[in-house]
Ligand binder design. Structure first.
Ligand code: MRU
Length: 327
C-alpha cells in the first residue's frame, strides 16, 4: 500500500508483460478482485484486506464497502476471513492498514512453513503435477502448492513439474509456467486433458494443488478441473496432496456441498486472451458466435481422493480437519 493506493501486479498481462496497477479506492480494488487482475485465494484475501483498509481511509460506509468486497469472489474462503479480521480488529484507519499488513505478512510466514512441511514429499527426482496457479502470485510471495517445489529446487533437488494449462483462463500456462521459469524449475505445460495420459505412463509421482475453500469433512474446492485430476490420480495409485494455509479452512461448511461455487462470465470460455505473433495483447474467439457456454470457476474434490492437506500446522488427513481446525 502507498498512501491510499493499493498496488498490485496486473496478472492478466502475464507472462508477456509485467506491469503494476495502482488501485485508488476500495471500489477499484473490488473491481480488480472481481475481474481477476488479482487472483488466487491468499492474494485475494490480502488484497481485500487492503481494500477494506482503503474504505476506512476513505471514511465511507464500512458495511457497504465490506459487502462490495466480499461479493467479488464467493468461493474463496480467505476473502471473508481477511475482511472479517480487519472489521473485527480495526477501530481506526491506521489500525485497518496495520491489520491488512499483518494479514499479508502472515501469508508469507504460513506459506514458508507449508514449503518446509511439504519438502519431505519431494525427494530428488520427483515429477509433480500441479493445476492452476497457487504460487507466488496466488498467495503472497511463496504460494501454497508450488512452495515445497520451489524450496526443493533451491536446495538442489532435481524436481520436474507437469503444469496443467487450466482452461478457461489458463492460469497454469500463463502464470505457473512463468513463475517456474523465474525459479529455474524444469517443467512442461500440458493440455488439461493430458494429465491422465502421463499418470498412466508412470510419469507422475505425486500431485499437489492449492485450495479455495476446505470444508470440515475434508472436501476441497479448487480451480475447475482439480476433481478430474484427483480421480485420475486415485485410479493410478498416485498420491494427491492439497496445500493451503489454515485461513482457507472453513469448518462452517460441513461438506463440499455447502461451498458456493462461482459461475463466471461465459466469455471466458468463448475467448482466449494472449499475445499475437506481432506481440500485441489480443482476445480471440474460439467458439461459434451463437454458442453459449457454462463456466463454473471451481469444482469440489471429495475428501476420499485426497491423500493429505499440507497446512502451516502440519500435514493432516482430510478426515482430521474438523478435529484439528474446528473451534
Ligand atoms: O480463479 P483463481 O485463479 O483465483 O483460482 C485460483 C485457484 O484455484 C488456486 O489453485 C487456489 O486459489 C489456490 S491459491 C494459493
Amino acid at each position: 500500500m502507498e498512501g491510499r493506493n493499493v498496488i498490485v501486479i496486473n496478472q492478466p498481462l502475464l507472462p508477456h508483460q509485467f506491469k503494476l496497477l495502482r488501485l485508488k479506492d476500495h471500489r477499484e480494488t473490488a473491481k480488480a478482485i472481481q475481474s481477476m487482475i488479482v487472483r488466487g485465494a491468499g492474494t485475494i484475501g490480502a488484497t481485500a484486506a487492503y481494500g477494506m483498509a482503503q474504505a476506512y481511509l476513505e471514511g465511507v460506509d464500512l458495511d457497504r464497502a465490506y459487502r462490495r468486497l466480499v461479493e467479488t469472489r464467493p468461493t474463496a474462503a480467505d476473502l471473508k476471513h481477511a475482511l472479517d479480521r480487519v472489521r473485527a480488529r480495526a477501530t481506526s484507519p491506521q489500525e485497518a492498514v496495520a491489520e491488512a499488513e499483518a494479514i499479508a505478512d502472515e501469508y508469507v510466514e504460513r506459506a514458508l512453513k507449508i514449503a518446509k512441511i511439504g519438502l519431505p514429499l519431494i525427494p530428488s527426482g520427483s515429477r509433480v503435477l500441479t493445476h492452476c496457479n497457487a504460487g507466488w502470485l496466488a498467495l503472497v510471495d511463496w504460494g501454497s502448492a508450488p512452495a515445497p517445489i520451489y524450496l526443493a529446487h533451491r536446495k538442489g533437488r532435481k524436481v520436474f513439474v507437469w503444469v496443467s494449462e487450466t482452461r478457461p483462463r489458463n492460469q497454469g500456462a500463463n502464470l505457473t509456467s512463468w513463475e517456474l521459469l523465474q525459479e529455474g524449475v524444469p517443467h512442461k505445460i500440458i493440455a488439461d486433458n493430458a494429465g491422465g495420459f502421463y499418470m498412466r505412463r508412470g510419469e507422475v509421482d505425486l500431485c499437489i494443488v492449492g485450495a479455495d475453500r476446505i470444508a470440515a469433512n475434508g472436501d476441497v474446492a479448487n480451480k475447475i478441473g482439480t476433481y478430474q485430476k484427483a480421480v485420475l490420480a486415485h485410479e493410478n495409485g498416485i498420491p494427491f496432496y492439497v496445500a493451503a494455509p489454515s485461513s482457507t479452512i472453513d469448518v462452517a461448511c460441513r461438506s463440499g456441498d455447502d461451498i458456493p461455487i462461482e459461475e463466471r462470465d461465459e466469455d471466458e470460455v468463448h475467448y482466449i486472451y494472449g499475445q499475437t505473433a506481432g506481440q500485441k495483447m489480443a482476445r480471440v474467439r474460439v467458439s461459434p458466435m451463437q454458442a453459449s457456454a457454462g463456466n463454473p470457476a471451481f469444482d469440489v474434490t471429495p475428501a476420499r481422493y485426497i491423500t493429505g492437506i499440507i497446512t502451516e500446522r502440519g500435514i493432516v488427513r482430510p478426515g482430521e480437519i474438523r478435529k484439528q481446525f474446528g473451534k
